[in-house]
Design a protein around this ligand. Sequence first.
Ligand code: FUB
Length: 343
Amino acid sequence: MPEESIDHIDFDDLNRRAVSQPIVSHIYTADPSAHVFNGRIYIYPSHDVESNIPFDDLGSHFAMEDYHVISMDSPSSNAVDNGVALHVKEVPWADKQMWAPDAAEKDGTYYLFFPAKAHDGIFRIGVATSSSPTGPFIPQPEPIKESFSIDPAVFKDDDGHYYMYFGGIWGGQLQRWRTGEYKDGEGPLMYLPENDEPALCGKIARLTDDLLEFAEAPKDVVITDESGNPLLAGDNDRRFFEASWMHKHNGKYYFSYSTGDTHFLCYGIGDTPYGPFKYGGRILNPVVGWTSHHSICQFWGKWYLFYHDSSLSKGVTHLRSVKVTELVHDEHGHIQTIDPYLK
Ligand code: FUB
């Protein structure tokens, strides 16, 4: 698929109509994973950089090298960039492409979970630890055993168990693992299911007590339609592509994700962390830029959507900026769809 044309966009007008502005503008940030630790908001984003690598469907132009942690006293206050928290050169197993990370806290230790391509070109997921939410983080020497693909999102349930959701298709390589082992080959579209087959699923694995490994083999995160049937691969407006997130509201589990090439953020609702998740609707309509990726976080009783777009870079796909806006669950538990730009 060719990169979408942005020639027709009047960015001054778009920025006037945007429901929120970038929280920082001195660097490009994306894929925000927001958490409240000790009463402050900490955002763990990708740090987008210009690589001069041409756009392709594998995402080769997303050539990020490090992570910065951004902190805020509240969603409307100034955002502070706390500097480099981890660089790819410090991670023995990782070669390149430090994509969307997440973080968790347990017993005063902070864990940064991140995907990167290993030296063999295969995406794995690593962990690094720190005594501070802003790092610096010390990486484990090896990636998580049996980990693969991208976009880790770690959820702590009320019973103290931690779960990792992960996976992304096309450049995220999830489709290459359909048989349980990595299959090589050209192009991102090999090994995808046919349109009338069940869609590929994101994955979930409970973490070990030290949060450094999977406690179980990863399982499918199944999203179902109104009749309880798994969404099909051809259901491009609703099926999973990448960018998993989990939040819990009124005892229900909300699995949210990006539909990738159709550019929606959607969600499904389930009764356990494992699902299945009945498709619930759209959270965010398409933003400027190919990707959409988010997190959902509660602060002082209100819910917020952290997301990104490419408005600051005037539409450059791989130069994105994190934004935040309020998110509302209605009285039936449905999430009200957000338009990123007013009409
Ligand atoms: O930032 C690189 C990739 O773009 C992420 O891993 C995806 O979720 C998409 O946002």
